[in-house]
Design a protein around this ligand. Structure first.
Ligand code: PMP
Length: 430
Protein backbone atom coordinates (compact mmCIF):
# COMPACT_ATOMS: atom_id res chain seq x y z
CA UNK A 1 0.00 0.00 0.00
CA UNK A 2 1.36 3.42 -0.96
CA UNK A 3 0.81 6.26 1.45
CA UNK A 4 3.51 8.65 0.24
CA UNK A 5 1.17 11.59 -0.16
CA UNK A 6 -0.07 11.14 3.41
CA UNK A 7 3.54 11.18 4.60
CA UNK A 8 4.27 14.32 2.64
CA UNK A 9 1.17 16.07 3.92
CA UNK A 10 2.01 15.09 7.45
CA UNK A 11 5.47 16.63 7.16
CA UNK A 12 3.87 19.86 6.00
CA UNK A 13 1.11 19.65 8.59
CA UNK A 14 3.59 19.31 11.43
CA UNK A 15 5.06 22.69 10.53
CA UNK A 16 1.81 24.57 11.03
CA UNK A 17 -0.49 22.33 13.08
CA UNK A 18 0.79 21.07 16.36
CA UNK A 19 1.59 17.37 16.02
CA UNK A 20 0.05 17.61 12.55
CA UNK A 21 -3.43 16.88 13.94
CA UNK A 22 -6.33 18.90 15.30
CA UNK A 23 -7.19 16.24 17.85
CA UNK A 24 -4.60 13.89 19.38
CA UNK A 25 -6.78 10.81 18.89
CA UNK A 26 -6.24 11.18 15.12
CA UNK A 27 -2.50 10.68 15.48
CA UNK A 28 -1.05 7.22 14.78
CA UNK A 29 1.56 7.49 17.54
CA UNK A 30 -0.07 4.83 19.70
CA UNK A 31 -0.06 2.36 16.81
CA UNK A 32 3.49 2.93 15.62
CA UNK A 33 2.50 4.74 12.43
CA UNK A 34 4.82 7.26 10.81
CA UNK A 35 1.97 9.52 9.89
CA UNK A 36 -1.80 9.34 9.99
CA UNK A 37 -3.66 8.73 6.75
CA UNK A 38 -4.99 11.89 5.12
CA UNK A 39 -8.46 11.34 3.76
CA UNK A 40 -9.72 13.04 0.67
CA UNK A 41 -13.24 11.79 0.33
CA UNK A 42 -15.82 9.78 2.23
CA UNK A 43 -18.99 8.24 0.87
CA UNK A 44 -21.30 5.70 2.52
CA UNK A 45 -19.21 3.13 4.39
CA UNK A 46 -15.97 4.13 2.64
CA UNK A 47 -13.01 6.47 2.90
CA UNK A 48 -10.55 7.32 0.10
CA UNK A 49 -7.16 8.68 1.06
CA UNK A 50 -4.98 11.16 -0.83
CA UNK A 51 -2.98 8.28 -2.36
CA UNK A 52 -6.13 6.72 -3.80
CA UNK A 53 -6.48 3.85 -1.29
CA UNK A 54 -9.98 2.86 -0.26
CA UNK A 55 -10.96 1.80 3.26
CA UNK A 56 -14.11 0.46 4.88
CA UNK A 57 -14.72 2.95 7.66
CA UNK A 58 -15.35 1.77 11.22
CA UNK A 59 -14.27 5.06 12.77
CA UNK A 60 -17.48 6.87 11.80
CA UNK A 61 -15.64 10.05 12.86
CA UNK A 62 -15.51 8.69 16.43
CA UNK A 63 -19.27 8.19 16.46
CA UNK A 64 -21.37 10.86 14.73
CA UNK A 65 -21.50 9.32 11.24
CA UNK A 66 -24.08 6.64 12.07
CA UNK A 67 -25.78 6.98 8.65
CA UNK A 68 -22.51 6.69 6.75
CA UNK A 69 -20.76 9.51 4.91
CA UNK A 70 -22.46 12.09 2.71
CA UNK A 71 -25.91 10.72 3.49
CA UNK A 72 -28.31 12.32 0.98
CA UNK A 73 -30.85 13.40 3.61
CA UNK A 74 -28.19 15.12 5.67
CA UNK A 75 -26.40 16.85 2.81
CA UNK A 76 -29.75 18.02 1.42
CA UNK A 77 -30.75 19.40 4.83
CA UNK A 78 -27.44 21.25 5.18
CA UNK A 79 -27.65 22.67 1.67
CA UNK A 80 -31.23 23.77 1.95
CA UNK A 81 -30.65 25.33 5.37
CA UNK A 82 -27.54 27.18 4.20
CA UNK A 83 -29.42 28.97 1.48
CA UNK A 84 -31.43 30.74 4.21
CA UNK A 85 -28.33 32.04 5.95
CA UNK A 86 -25.97 30.06 8.14
CA UNK A 87 -25.98 31.87 11.46
CA UNK A 88 -28.45 34.33 12.95
CA UNK A 89 -27.50 35.04 16.55
CA UNK A 90 -31.25 35.15 17.20
CA UNK A 91 -33.69 32.43 18.18
CA UNK A 92 -35.26 30.47 15.30
CA UNK A 93 -38.00 27.87 15.04
CA UNK A 94 -35.83 24.84 14.27
CA UNK A 95 -34.31 25.19 17.76
CA UNK A 96 -37.73 24.48 19.24
CA UNK A 97 -38.60 21.68 16.80
CA UNK A 98 -35.28 19.94 17.34
CA UNK A 99 -35.43 20.34 21.13
CA UNK A 100 -38.91 18.80 21.02
CA UNK A 101 -37.62 15.98 18.81
CA UNK A 102 -34.88 15.19 21.35
CA UNK A 103 -37.15 15.51 24.37
CA UNK A 104 -39.62 13.12 22.83
CA UNK A 105 -36.87 10.49 22.58
CA UNK A 106 -35.23 11.31 25.94
CA UNK A 107 -38.02 12.58 28.21
CA UNK A 108 -35.76 13.25 31.22
CA UNK A 109 -34.44 16.21 29.19
CA UNK A 110 -37.49 18.27 30.04
CA UNK A 111 -35.59 21.40 29.08
CA UNK A 112 -32.36 21.60 27.20
CA UNK A 113 -29.85 23.88 25.65
CA UNK A 114 -27.75 23.44 22.53
CA UNK A 115 -24.01 23.98 22.66
CA UNK A 116 -21.19 23.21 20.20
CA UNK A 117 -19.45 20.08 21.44
CA UNK A 118 -19.66 17.21 23.87
CA UNK A 119 -16.99 18.91 25.96
CA UNK A 120 -19.15 22.01 26.37
CA UNK A 121 -22.23 19.94 27.13
CA UNK A 122 -20.59 18.00 29.96
CA UNK A 123 -18.81 21.08 31.31
CA UNK A 124 -22.15 22.86 31.50
CA UNK A 125 -23.90 20.00 33.31
CA UNK A 126 -21.18 20.07 35.96
CA UNK A 127 -21.42 23.81 36.47
CA UNK A 128 -25.17 23.48 36.70
CA UNK A 129 -24.97 20.63 39.23
CA UNK A 130 -22.63 22.79 41.30
CA UNK A 131 -24.94 25.79 41.01
CA UNK A 132 -27.97 23.71 41.96
CA UNK A 133 -26.46 21.88 44.92
CA UNK A 134 -24.08 24.57 46.17
CA UNK A 135 -21.37 21.88 46.33
CA UNK A 136 -18.05 21.69 44.49
CA UNK A 137 -16.86 18.10 44.12
CA UNK A 138 -17.82 15.50 41.56
CA UNK A 139 -17.36 11.75 41.38
CA UNK A 140 -16.45 10.17 38.07
CA UNK A 141 -15.28 6.77 36.91
CA UNK A 142 -11.77 5.81 35.89
CA UNK A 143 -11.30 5.65 32.13
CA UNK A 144 -14.54 7.43 31.28
CA UNK A 145 -13.84 10.36 28.99
CA UNK A 146 -15.99 13.44 29.25
CA UNK A 147 -14.24 15.91 26.98
CA UNK A 148 -11.25 18.10 27.70
CA UNK A 149 -12.53 20.53 30.32
CA UNK A 150 -10.11 20.78 33.28
CA UNK A 151 -12.29 19.05 35.79
CA UNK A 152 -12.93 15.89 33.80
CA UNK A 153 -9.46 15.42 32.35
CA UNK A 154 -8.38 13.46 35.38
CA UNK A 155 -8.02 9.71 34.90
CA UNK A 156 -9.78 10.04 31.53
CA UNK A 157 -9.90 7.23 28.98
CA UNK A 158 -9.69 7.20 25.20
CA UNK A 159 -7.12 9.64 23.75
CA UNK A 160 -5.41 10.67 26.99
CA UNK A 161 -4.85 7.11 28.19
CA UNK A 162 -3.57 6.02 24.80
CA UNK A 163 -1.03 8.81 24.87
CA UNK A 164 -0.08 7.97 28.44
CA UNK A 165 -1.17 11.33 29.84
CA UNK A 166 -4.08 10.48 32.09
CA UNK A 167 -3.66 13.83 33.79
CA UNK A 168 -3.04 16.70 31.41
CA UNK A 169 -0.40 19.28 32.22
CA UNK A 170 -1.88 22.67 32.94
CA UNK A 171 -4.64 21.53 35.26
CA UNK A 172 -4.30 23.18 38.66
CA UNK A 173 -4.01 20.82 41.61
CA UNK A 174 -6.83 22.77 43.23
CA UNK A 175 -9.15 21.66 40.41
CA UNK A 176 -7.98 18.04 40.38
CA UNK A 177 -8.80 17.94 44.07
CA UNK A 178 -12.44 18.51 43.28
CA UNK A 179 -12.70 15.21 41.40
CA UNK A 180 -12.92 11.78 42.95
CA UNK A 181 -12.31 8.96 40.51
CA UNK A 182 -13.39 5.42 41.23
CA UNK A 183 -13.53 2.21 39.15
CA UNK A 184 -16.56 1.57 36.93
CA UNK A 185 -19.04 -1.19 37.74
CA UNK A 186 -18.23 -1.35 41.45
CA UNK A 187 -21.12 0.22 43.39
CA UNK A 188 -19.56 -0.58 46.76
CA UNK A 189 -16.67 1.79 45.97
CA UNK A 190 -19.15 4.51 45.07
CA UNK A 191 -20.87 3.94 48.37
CA UNK A 192 -17.56 4.29 50.22
CA UNK A 193 -16.69 7.49 48.35
CA UNK A 194 -20.09 8.96 49.14
CA UNK A 195 -19.82 7.98 52.77
CA UNK A 196 -16.54 9.88 52.95
CA UNK A 197 -17.33 12.99 50.89
CA UNK A 198 -21.11 12.75 50.45
CA UNK A 199 -22.04 16.22 51.69
CA UNK A 200 -19.52 17.83 49.30
CA UNK A 201 -20.54 15.99 46.12
CA UNK A 202 -22.48 17.98 43.53
CA UNK A 203 -22.83 15.12 41.07
CA UNK A 204 -21.89 11.62 40.05
CA UNK A 205 -20.92 11.77 36.39
CA UNK A 206 -20.98 8.59 34.31
CA UNK A 207 -21.00 7.18 30.80
CA UNK A 208 -24.02 4.93 31.40
CA UNK A 209 -22.56 2.50 28.88
CA UNK A 210 -18.87 3.13 28.40
CA UNK A 211 -17.47 3.95 24.99
CA UNK A 212 -14.12 5.34 26.03
CA UNK A 213 -12.17 2.37 27.28
CA UNK A 214 -13.87 0.41 24.59
CA UNK A 215 -17.47 -0.72 24.80
CA UNK A 216 -18.22 -1.71 28.40
CA UNK A 217 -21.85 -2.11 29.42
CA UNK A 218 -22.92 -1.41 33.00
CA UNK A 219 -23.18 -4.47 35.24
CA UNK A 220 -26.72 -5.39 36.14
CA UNK A 221 -28.03 -2.93 38.75
CA UNK A 222 -25.01 -0.59 38.52
CA UNK A 223 -26.93 2.39 37.12
CA UNK A 224 -29.73 1.93 39.63
CA UNK A 225 -27.13 1.90 42.43
CA UNK A 226 -25.64 5.15 41.18
CA UNK A 227 -29.06 6.82 41.32
CA UNK A 228 -29.92 5.43 44.73
CA UNK A 229 -26.57 6.24 46.34
CA UNK A 230 -26.11 9.70 44.77
CA UNK A 231 -29.61 10.81 45.67
CA UNK A 232 -29.30 9.50 49.22
CA UNK A 233 -26.41 11.94 49.63
CA UNK A 234 -28.11 14.87 47.91
CA UNK A 235 -25.94 14.62 44.78
CA UNK A 236 -27.22 14.78 41.22
CA UNK A 237 -26.66 12.08 38.61
CA UNK A 238 -25.28 13.20 35.24
CA UNK A 239 -25.28 10.86 32.26
CA UNK A 240 -22.75 11.58 29.57
CA UNK A 241 -24.59 10.17 26.56
CA UNK A 242 -22.39 11.94 24.02
CA UNK A 243 -21.51 8.59 22.42
CA UNK A 244 -24.49 6.50 23.47
CA UNK A 245 -27.55 8.62 22.64
CA UNK A 246 -29.20 7.39 19.42
CA UNK A 247 -26.37 4.87 19.02
CA UNK A 248 -28.17 1.74 20.25
CA UNK A 249 -31.79 2.69 19.80
CA UNK A 250 -33.86 5.80 19.16
CA UNK A 251 -33.16 7.42 22.53
CA UNK A 252 -30.49 7.17 25.18
CA UNK A 253 -29.11 4.36 27.27
CA UNK A 254 -31.37 5.84 29.95
CA UNK A 255 -34.51 5.11 27.93
CA UNK A 256 -33.20 1.72 26.88
CA UNK A 257 -32.47 0.65 30.47
CA UNK A 258 -35.25 2.72 32.01
CA UNK A 259 -33.09 4.62 34.52
CA UNK A 260 -33.36 8.41 34.68
CA UNK A 261 -30.50 10.76 35.45
CA UNK A 262 -31.04 14.34 36.63
CA UNK A 263 -28.97 15.82 33.82
CA UNK A 264 -27.81 14.52 30.46
CA UNK A 265 -25.07 15.62 28.06
CA UNK A 266 -25.37 14.87 24.35
CA UNK A 267 -23.20 15.40 21.26
CA UNK A 268 -21.94 13.51 18.20
CA UNK A 269 -24.92 11.76 16.50
CA UNK A 270 -27.39 14.56 17.30
CA UNK A 271 -25.43 16.85 14.96
CA UNK A 272 -25.47 14.40 12.06
CA UNK A 273 -21.75 15.12 11.56
CA UNK A 274 -21.75 18.88 12.20
CA UNK A 275 -20.50 20.38 15.49
CA UNK A 276 -23.03 20.13 18.29
CA UNK A 277 -23.66 19.38 21.92
CA UNK A 278 -26.70 19.65 24.12
CA UNK A 279 -27.40 19.42 27.80
CA UNK A 280 -30.63 19.20 29.66
CA UNK A 281 -32.63 17.65 32.42
CA UNK A 282 -35.27 18.29 35.00
CA UNK A 283 -36.96 21.65 34.62
CA UNK A 284 -36.38 22.66 38.23
CA UNK A 285 -32.64 22.18 37.70
CA UNK A 286 -32.45 23.72 34.22
CA UNK A 287 -34.21 26.81 35.55
CA UNK A 288 -30.92 27.72 37.20
CA UNK A 289 -29.39 28.46 33.79
CA UNK A 290 -29.08 32.07 32.58
CA UNK A 291 -31.20 34.07 31.67
CA UNK A 292 -33.70 32.18 33.86
CA UNK A 293 -31.26 31.66 36.73
CA UNK A 294 -27.80 32.47 38.07
CA UNK A 295 -25.66 29.88 36.26
CA UNK A 296 -24.04 31.45 33.20
CA UNK A 297 -23.51 29.58 29.96
CA UNK A 298 -23.59 30.99 26.43
CA UNK A 299 -22.42 30.49 22.85
CA UNK A 300 -22.16 32.50 19.61
CA UNK A 301 -22.52 29.34 17.52
CA UNK A 302 -25.00 27.58 19.81
CA UNK A 303 -28.14 26.31 18.09
CA UNK A 304 -26.76 27.22 14.67
CA UNK A 305 -29.24 26.33 11.92
CA UNK A 306 -26.89 24.04 9.99
CA UNK A 307 -26.03 21.71 12.88
CA UNK A 308 -29.66 21.50 13.89
CA UNK A 309 -30.83 20.84 10.32
CA UNK A 310 -28.23 18.08 9.91
CA UNK A 311 -29.05 16.65 13.35
CA UNK A 312 -32.77 16.71 12.79
CA UNK A 313 -32.41 14.96 9.42
CA UNK A 314 -30.15 12.39 11.07
CA UNK A 315 -32.60 11.61 13.88
CA UNK A 316 -35.58 11.44 11.51
CA UNK A 317 -33.72 8.94 9.35
CA UNK A 318 -32.68 6.89 12.38
CA UNK A 319 -36.30 6.74 13.53
CA UNK A 320 -37.23 4.58 10.54
CA UNK A 321 -38.19 1.04 11.58
CA UNK A 322 -35.49 -1.61 11.44
CA UNK A 323 -32.51 0.76 11.64
CA UNK A 324 -31.13 -0.44 14.94
CA UNK A 325 -31.92 -4.11 14.33
CA UNK A 326 -29.73 -3.98 11.23
CA UNK A 327 -26.88 -2.29 13.07
CA UNK A 328 -27.12 -4.86 15.83
CA UNK A 329 -27.21 -7.80 13.41
CA UNK A 330 -24.02 -6.62 11.74
CA UNK A 331 -22.43 -6.03 15.15
CA UNK A 332 -23.35 -9.53 16.29
CA UNK A 333 -22.00 -11.12 13.10
CA UNK A 334 -18.67 -9.35 13.51
CA UNK A 335 -18.58 -10.19 17.23
CA UNK A 336 -19.17 -13.90 16.55
CA UNK A 337 -16.77 -14.10 13.62
CA UNK A 338 -13.95 -12.28 15.40
CA UNK A 339 -14.28 -14.62 18.37
CA UNK A 340 -14.23 -17.63 15.99
CA UNK A 341 -11.15 -16.33 14.23
CA UNK A 342 -9.45 -15.65 17.56
CA UNK A 343 -10.00 -19.30 18.47
CA UNK A 344 -8.93 -20.52 15.03
CA UNK A 345 -5.61 -18.68 15.19
CA UNK A 346 -5.22 -19.14 18.92
CA UNK A 347 -5.10 -15.42 19.66
CA UNK A 348 -6.56 -14.64 23.08
CA UNK A 349 -9.07 -11.84 22.75
CA UNK A 350 -12.32 -10.39 24.01
CA UNK A 351 -14.99 -8.74 21.91
CA UNK A 352 -17.27 -6.43 23.89
CA UNK A 353 -20.22 -5.71 21.66
CA UNK A 354 -23.36 -3.71 22.24
CA UNK A 355 -25.63 -3.28 19.22
CA UNK A 356 -23.70 -1.78 16.32
CA UNK A 357 -20.58 -0.97 18.35
CA UNK A 358 -17.82 -3.17 19.68
CA UNK A 359 -14.19 -3.28 20.81
CA UNK A 360 -11.61 -6.01 20.30
CA UNK A 361 -9.31 -6.40 23.30
CA UNK A 362 -6.20 -8.57 23.05
CA UNK A 363 -6.44 -10.05 26.53
CA UNK A 364 -7.53 -13.31 28.10
CA UNK A 365 -9.46 -11.56 30.82
CA UNK A 366 -13.02 -10.30 30.58
CA UNK A 367 -13.13 -6.49 30.29
CA UNK A 368 -15.45 -4.82 32.77
CA UNK A 369 -13.57 -1.67 33.78
CA UNK A 370 -10.57 0.49 32.91
CA UNK A 371 -8.04 -1.75 34.66
CA UNK A 372 -9.11 -4.81 32.68
CA UNK A 373 -9.29 -2.75 29.44
CA UNK A 374 -5.70 -1.58 29.96
CA UNK A 375 -4.57 -5.21 29.85
CA UNK A 376 -5.32 -5.37 26.12
CA UNK A 377 -1.91 -5.85 24.52
CA UNK A 378 -0.60 -2.63 22.93
CA UNK A 379 1.71 -4.31 20.46
CA UNK A 380 -0.85 -6.79 19.25
CA UNK A 381 -3.36 -4.01 18.81
CA UNK A 382 -0.86 -1.86 16.88
CA UNK A 383 -0.02 -4.79 14.60
CA UNK A 384 -3.69 -5.60 14.07
CA UNK A 385 -4.44 -1.96 13.29
CA UNK A 386 -1.64 -1.73 10.70
CA UNK A 387 -2.57 -5.04 9.06
CA UNK A 388 -6.22 -4.03 8.80
CA UNK A 389 -5.18 -0.77 7.20
CA UNK A 390 -3.22 -2.72 4.59
CA UNK A 391 -6.36 -4.74 3.96
CA UNK A 392 -8.45 -1.61 3.49
CA UNK A 393 -10.21 -1.54 6.85
CA UNK A 394 -9.97 1.65 8.89
CA UNK A 395 -10.54 1.45 12.65
CA UNK A 396 -9.72 4.03 15.32
CA UNK A 397 -5.98 4.15 16.07
CA UNK A 398 -6.41 3.28 19.75
CA UNK A 399 -7.08 0.08 21.65
CA UNK A 400 -9.56 2.03 23.78
CA UNK A 401 -11.93 3.03 21.00
CA UNK A 402 -14.92 1.28 19.50
CA UNK A 403 -15.67 0.08 15.98
CA UNK A 404 -18.87 1.81 14.90
CA UNK A 405 -21.21 0.33 12.33
CA UNK A 406 -23.24 2.64 10.15
CA UNK A 407 -26.43 2.12 8.19
CA UNK A 408 -24.28 2.40 5.05
CA UNK A 409 -22.48 -0.86 5.88
CA UNK A 410 -23.93 -3.91 4.14
CA UNK A 411 -23.30 -7.64 4.23
CA UNK A 412 -20.72 -7.14 1.54
CA UNK A 413 -18.58 -4.84 3.71
CA UNK A 414 -19.02 -7.18 6.67
CA UNK A 415 -17.78 -10.15 4.61
CA UNK A 416 -14.83 -8.16 3.30
CA UNK A 417 -14.02 -7.10 6.85
CA UNK A 418 -14.13 -10.66 8.16
CA UNK A 419 -11.73 -11.74 5.41
CA UNK A 420 -9.43 -8.83 6.27
CA UNK A 421 -9.46 -9.82 9.94
CA UNK A 422 -8.72 -13.44 9.05
CA UNK A 423 -5.73 -12.41 6.94
CA UNK A 424 -4.52 -10.08 9.70
CA UNK A 425 -4.78 -12.74 12.42
CA UNK A 426 -2.94 -15.21 10.18
CA UNK A 427 -0.14 -12.70 9.76
CA UNK A 428 -0.06 -11.95 13.49
CA UNK A 429 0.45 -15.63 14.22
CA UNK A 430 3.54 -15.85 11.97
N1 PMP B 1 -18.16 12.65 26.34
C1 PMP B 1 -17.94 11.48 25.73
C2 PMP B 1 -18.56 10.24 26.30
C3 PMP B 1 -17.16 11.41 24.59
O1 PMP B 1 -16.93 10.23 24.00
C4 PMP B 1 -16.63 12.61 24.04
C5 PMP B 1 -15.79 12.62 22.78
N2 PMP B 1 -15.19 11.45 22.42
C6 PMP B 1 -16.89 13.81 24.71
C7 PMP B 1 -17.67 13.79 25.85
C8 PMP B 1 -16.36 15.10 24.19
O2 PMP B 1 -17.02 15.47 23.03
P1 PMP B 1 -16.35 16.49 21.99
O3 PMP B 1 -15.17 15.80 21.40
O4 PMP B 1 -17.46 16.76 21.01
O5 PMP B 1 -15.98 17.71 22.76
Amino acid sequence: MHIEKSHQLHKRAQEVIVGGVNSPSRSFRAVGGESPIYMKKAQGAYFWDVDGNRYIDYLAAFGPIILGHAHPQITAAIFSSSTNGILYGTPHELEILFAEQIRQAIPSMQQLRFVNSGTEAVMSTIRLARAFTGRDKIIKFAGCYHGHADLVLVAAGSGPSTLGTPDSAGIPQSIAQEVITIPYNQPQLLEEALQKWGDQIAAVLVEPLVGNFGIVPPASGFLESINRLAHAHGALVIYDEVITAFRFHYGGVQTLFDVEPDLTALGKIIGGGLPIGAYGGKKEIMEHVSPEGPMYQAGTMAGNPLSLAAGSACLSTLAQPGTYQRLEQMGTTLHDQILNLGRKFDIPLQVNQYGGAFTVYFTEQEVTDYETAKKSDDQQFAQFFQLLLQEGVYIAPSKYEAWFLTTAHTEQEIEMTILAIEKSFKQMKK
